[in-house]
Design a protein. Structure first.
Length: 111
């Protein structure tokens, strides 16, 4: 989800993705190159990410990655799922507190 989020607003190359994921996660996630490229290979295979361009920079191949339409759809679905889960967690926390009034759910936990 972090890689898809990092690609949602602009195409990025590997190092830029590592930096963007660190920024999005508040520094909690710091991807290593091997982990990043393994994940990108899987996302490419799933058709949610594509190589937008390849160029040689300082004698090395640099690939820039972008989301596909399927990638945007997957990210939107995951954001909806996380939002529903967070809402349900907040509702249950409210129920667990003495004297708390339960907030009504919007479509339940699976919505």
């Amino acid at each position: 989800m972090l890689l898809l989020t990092a690609l949602a607003d602009a195409p990025r190359h590997g190092y830029a993705l590592i930096e963007e994921v660190a920024a999005i996660s508040g520094g909690r996630v710091r991807l290593r190159a091997g982990t990043l490229y393994g994940a990108l290979d899987r996302l490419l295979g799933q058709g949610v990410v594509r190589v937008e361009r390849e160029e040689i920079v300082e004698g090395r191949l640099r690939r820039t990655y972008a989301l596909t339409d399927a990638g945007y759809a997957l990210l939107a679905a995951e954001a909806d799922r996380l939002r529903a889960t967070a809402h349900e967690a907040e509702r249950r926390i409210g129920l667990a507190r003495p004297g708390a009034v339960a907030r009504p759910t919007r479509g339940g936990a699976g919505a």
